[in-house]
Design a protein around this ligand. Structure first.
Ligand SMILES: O=C1O[C@H]([C@@H](O)CO)C(O)=C1O
Length: 572
């Protein structure tokens, strides 16, 4: 089945947390519409950029884009940005069931409100390995009152301004800022219906599959429903061994499904709460109401909401990561050996006085020509052709527990190129930031793939003994994984999806500051790119002279037809 959507992306005045600011909406809403479809269905989104003064691109997070890498929506990697007034048609197939989402992947537009859920059910006739009565979905976000422009300029100024902690946390696009904290010139209004809490209505006795996605720009979150246990059954579209928790830690870019039974006193409502973890918390708890029907939805629960576990309890978060295993009978075990292993040391650095993040001392600068296009069109000047570093120089002597002796890094645009179908291990290594006694959690997201999470550790990875402890039996498969403070995380994936794929920290400001890399595999198998990814407006239809792997038409013909199109454009 094919699902067609026509979306207009534009700025509107919105008050998701009662404070009015400009937000990026899809057809007037943030979060945008939820895509609901089945595995195997095709999604067609005609996305019109009505932002007036800004480009846009939308990434389909967790959808692997088999056969359509140019529709991954990653500006600078897989496509040119969509210019104001232009329409881009995303077309892709939902390769597996589960919980996914979409979000802006240009500049810092995600934190301006450009995001929404994708809910993919199993094909008709297929049963899932757990029972529930109904689905409920929520998408979690953090929210700032200053604009993404102020954030982006602050981050990229010599006089660095950090984005700081968010003003609010949003559940399904709704939060509540305390307007009485200051005089906001009429811009903050707690009676605005836009910021009344999200309601999750349940019928006593029923079991719900609550799908939870985190699209936060910065915050790691801890989610709980007052008085209710949650059984985790799905992570990033993969079934996991049922695992009961009271609190779920969820990092930016992750999705989970939990089963919740409405088995508490039905005469009242309960809080569903999110709290910041892993960074020193200044943002108030984000709240929704878990409403037992037929109680009035907005009746607040009689007790104060939980303020969550201590923000710096790294150990319990680390243990939750360790405890999640693939569901028996529903997983493909990883290849038992790999063809290659790379180590990616994450560091906070300075370049010419500017604050940056780097991987193996290289801070990614996205080239003007997106990688996939440069690779297909053999534009060797578009990015640095020498291979990206597979480890940190002198990794052995790098002290991850202290600020680096030399904090300077360099800009780079090199990529990692893997033979098609090879098996690749990636060891992510965390370290101290520029400030002493500081190391943050980084959620790393890989486009175009699921990887197996072979292991996590606290401290420095030991290339001899740690691989012997890898879980090669039932590791969970994911597309986003936390790298804990001062820790390491080891992944394995098959380079089996022809294309060019971003792999980056999902903290929006960290990727913006260069914390990412690009992987390529099998690009020679990618068919000729649709012209719509190559440019903008009418010039998208321009046929350019082909250097490699493109048209079968003689180049003289193409040259003449280009001249003809140019002439037409000129006459217009
Ligand atoms: O990139 C970051 O910068 C700040 C801080 O290190 C400097 O203000 C922070 O917490 C980050 O994650």
């Amino acid at each position: 089945k094919t699902h067609h959507y026509k979306w207009a992306v534009r700025y509107e005045f919105k008050s998701p947390d009662c404070y009015e600011k400009l937000a990026i909406t899809i057809d007037g809403t943030t979060p945008g519409p939820t895509i609901m479809a089945r595995q195997g269905d095709t999604i067609v989104v005609e996305l019109k950029n009505e932002l007036q003064m800004e480009n846009v691109a939308v990434h389909w997070h967790g959808i692997r884009m088999f056969g359509t890498p140019w529709n991954d929506g990653t500006e600078g990697v897989t496509q040119c940005p969509i210019v104001p007034g232009d329409t881009f048609v995303y077309r892709f197939t939902l390769d597996k069931p589960g919980t996914f989402f979409y979000h802006g992947h240009y500049g810092m537009q995600r934190s301006a409100g450009l995001y929404g859920l994708i809910q993919v059910s199993v094909p008709n006739g297929v049963v899932e390995p757990f029972l529930y009565d109904e689905d409920r979905s929520i998408i979690l976000n953090d929210w700032w009152h200053n604009s993404t422009y102020e954030q982006a300029i602050g981050l990229s100024s010599l006089n660095f301004r950090w984005v700081n902690e968010p003003e609010s946390l949003l559940i399904q696009g709704r939060g509540r800022f305390n307007c009485s904290l200051a005089e906001f010139g009429g811009k903050c209004n707690q009676t605005n219906a836009e910021c009344s809490p999200h309601i999750i209505t349940v019928v006593p006795g029923k079991t719900y599959r609550l799908r939870i996605a985190s699209v936060t720009s910065l915050s790691a979150l801890n989610f709980e429903i007052e008085g209710h246990n949650m059984t985790i059954v799905e992570a990033d579209g993969n079934y996991v061994e049922p695992f009961v928790v009271k609190n779920l830690n969820i990092y930016s870019g992750e999705t989970y499904s939990v089963l919740v039974k409405a088995d508490q006193d039905p005469s009242r409502n309960y809080w569903a709460a999110i709290n910041v973890v892993s960074r020193k918390r200044t943002t108030p708890t984000g709240l929704a109401i878990f409403n037992y029907s037929p109680n009035p939805p907005l009746t607040p629960p009689p007790i104060a909401p939980s303020t969550g576990p201590p923000w710096n309890d790294t150990f319990s978060r680390f243990n939750q990561s360790l405890a999640i295993k693939a569901r028996k009978g529903y997983t493909v075990p990883p290849p038992q050996t790999s063809d290659k292993s790379i180590t990616l040391l994450n560091t906070q650095n300075k370049i010419d006085g500017y604050n940056r993040w780097a991987v193996n001392n290289v801070s990614l600068l996205l080239p003007a020509t997106p990688y996939l296009i440069a690779l297909k069109w053999n534009k060797t000047n578009a990015f640095n052709q020498s291979p990206a570093p597979e480890t940190y120089d002198d990794y052995q002597n790098y002290d991850i527990h202290n600020p680096a002796a030399n904090i300077n890094a360099t800009y780079g645009s090199s990529i990692y190129r893997f033979p098609f179908n090879s098996t690749v291990d990636v060891v992510l290594q965390n370290a101290n930031m520029m400030k002493p006694n500081n190391s943050e959690t980084h959620p790393w997201h890989l486009h175009g793939h699921d990887f197996w999470v072979l292991g996590y550790g606290l401290g420095k990875f030991d290339p001899v003994s740690d691989p012997m402890k890898y879980n090669l039996v039932d590791p969970i498969r994911k597309n986003t994984v936390p790298l804990h403070p001062y820790g390491w995380t080891a992944l394995r994936f098959r380079a089996d999806n022809p294309g060019a794929w971003a792999f980056h920290c999902h903290i929006e400001s960290h990727f913006f500051l260069g914390m990412g890399v690009v992987f390529e595999e099998g690009v020679e198998m990618v068919p000729r790119l649709p012209t719509s990814v190559l440019g903008c407006g009418d010039t998208k239809r321009l046929r350019m002279p082909v250097k490699s792997g493109g048209s079968s038409l003689p180049s003289g013909f193409i040259y003449l037809s280009n001249l003809f199109v140019l002439l037409l454009l000129f006459l217009n």
